[in-house]
Design a protein around this ligand. Structure first.
Ligand SMILES: [Fe+2]
Length: 558
């Protein structure tokens, strides 16, 4: 069989009787068993519950398995099992139907769907889903004419939608729960309705793996739990390893959306809509075969017009990217998939991504007017960034404002350190990057007025500790809107900016966010006047039930 180097070439006895098939489960799911071994193992599966369980768990991790770390999984020559250790002298990725740069290595064989009977929802147990407001809600509600404290601005007509994980089994890592969208319809000063709906993707209804028999991905397999956007008349629920799923204004799922059959890639959960051109810029990643990352662009009408493969050295967790008036910027950072952890299954609370001291960190810059031109890489200090607040061009430099972690998941999949706001300035002439920390508060989920995406925004609002933090980037100061009273907490989520119709400045509008009140175990939609950020909210819409902590959303105006 194909062996797995780096500490896992010698199978440990596993199985109900300590038999020889340990590690064959991963090789089977990854399709790297020979045909003879595959037949033998499939016969064994019929009589071994523990191996069936292992295959089931591994098959339930398609997004994870799509991020294979170079060197961790290579199909090595059986006669020359060279252990390749970092720093990797040359690329040894599983790349297309071949392995690059390693003579004599055996071509990876077919990726296989496990038998349908073995495909079940992952059953890992991660306690976060049993804690407080991380716990999922059990069902879907609809409520009309919600009670309001204060006054909803009459100018706000539209929908506030926010996506997040709500696993049906209350298990798994926070990132892996079934997507649920919580929406409030605002209309002429009233909160017309609240709905929460699971995104009923094809794999939600009937679970199936992301991999096809030939190793390509079935991009219809999705948990659709990360973001929700609107572009070219379509509202899309997003998760970065699959196709978008289109939903209606009242949160019914219509189906996977592939740009009229043109998108044959996943779509990041953080696409960028250019406020000047109306274009939708995004990338796809997680493809085991080359290209591992591809930059895409749709025009304002939603027609896919650019598909540009990017050459990156490894499969990392690339969550966000940046758009400016003239450039797109990609982050290739040292958080990489670790198959050894996936195989060991030592801690079911864990995710098998790990910090890699050998990978390095770099930013890739592409000109928007030359999307098939050269991609320039700029080294930066190793770090991890889930979210870019904003980016813009400044002379012959590019400025990125990011929420930066000094490192991520070195020893576990827990979030152990806070992130803070940093500024990276890429000097295109000098070829280097200046890195400056702007604040020392722990924050996440930064947003700017979406009309400022790609241009210098004055304000960036992020989630702090029981607060929203608004950075005034022109003046270099920050203010906080704190939640809770008399020492009691109140936990906001990401805040989005809803501009006042007809007004262009960043102070004319409102911030919208769901806020959890642990005292009454309930949630409100809170509306804050941007011109009075420190003041009391102008309205609190009392929701019929708490909204679990989630990820990202948008205000969708009529
Ligand atoms: Fe995100």
């Amino acid at each position: 069989m194909t062996a797995f180097p780096h500490g896992t070439p010698v199978p440990e006895p596993r199985g109900q009787d300590g038999h020889q098939y340990a590690l064959w489960d991963a090789a089977y799911v990854l399709g790297s068993l020979s045909d003879a071994d595959r037949r033998e193992f499939e016969a064994h599966l019929g009589e071994c519950p523990s191996c069936r369980d292992a295959v089931t768990k591994l098959s339930g991790m398609p997004a994870v398995l799509s991020l294979l770390d170079r060197g961790e999984v290579v199909a090595i020559d059986e006669d020359d099992p060279v252990a390749i250790r970092p720093p990797f002298p040359e690329p040894v990725l599983l790349a297309g139907r071949r392995l690059r740069g390693v003579a004599g290595r055996r071509e990876p064989q077919r990726y296989l769907d496990p038998p349908a009977a073995l495909v079940q929802a992952p059953e890992t147990v991660f306690p976060i889903f049993r804690r407080g407001n991380y716990a999922p809600v059990p069902d879907e509600l609809t409520a009309f004419d919600l009670p309001v404290e204060g006054a909803i601005p009459a100018e706000l007509n539209g929908w506030y939608l926010r996506n997040g994980p709500n696993p049906r089994e209350a298990s798994g890592h926070w990132c892996t729960g079934d997507g649920m969208i919580h929406g409030v319809r605002l209309e002429n000063g009233r909160a017309a309705w609240y709905r929460n709906r699971w995104v009923r993707t094809e794999s939600f209804e009937h679970p199936f793996p992301i991999y096809n028999a030939d190793g390509s991905r079935n991009l219809h397999s999705s948990i659709a739990n990360t973001h929700v956007i609107r572009h070219a008349g379509k509202t899309l629920a997003l998760m970065e390893f699959s196709l978008p799923y289109e939903i209606t204004d009242d949160l019914k799922t219509l189906g996977a959306y592939d740009f009229g059959g043109k998108l044959m890639d996943s779509m990041t959960a953080h696409p960028k809509i250019c406020p000047t051109t109306g274009e939708l810029h995004f990338f796809g990643c997680g493809n085991i075969f080359e290209p591992h990352v591809t930059y895409h662009r749709a025009n304002a009408d939603g027609e896919l017009i650019v598909n540009r493969p990017l050459d990156v050295p490894g499969l990392t967790l690339m969550h966000d990217f940046a758009l400016t008036a003239d450039h797109v910027v990609f982050m290739d950072l040292p958080l990489v998939f670790n198959l050894r952890l996936a195989l060991s299954q030592q801690d079911e609370r864990d995710l098998p991504y790990r910090w890699d001291d050998y990978y390095g960190a770099r930013l890739g810059v592409l000109r928007r007017d030359d999307p098939y031109g050269s991609l320039r890489w700029f080294d930066i200090d190793p770090c991890y960034v889930f979210h870019i607040a904003n980016a813009y061009d400044s002379g012959n430099s590019i400025v990125l404002e990011v929420v930066r972690y000094p490192e991520m998941w070195r020893n576990s999949g827990e979030f152990e350190v806070d992130a803070a706001l940093w500024r990276w300035t890429i000097d295109l002439d000098a070829g280097d990057v200046e890195e400056n920390q702007l604040d020392d508060r722990g924050v996440e989920f930064p947003r700017v007025d979406d009309r400022r995406v790609g241009a210098a925004a004055r304000y960036s609002v992020a989630v702090g500790s029981d607060s929203l933090v608004r950075y005034d980037l022109d003046r270099g100061i920050a203010s906080e809107h704190r939640f809770g009273t008399a020492g009691l907490s109140g936990a906001p989520g990401e805040a989005v900016f809803a501009p006042s119709p007809g007004q262009s400045d960043e102070s004319s509008g409102w911030y919208l966010t769901y806020v959890y009140d642990p005292v009454r175990d309930g949630s409100d939609l809170v509306i804050i006047d941007a011109s009075d950020f420190d003041g009391q909210p102008v309205a609190r819409v009392r929701l019929p039930r708490r909204v679990p902590h989630g990820f990202h959303g948008n205000w969708i105006s009529e």
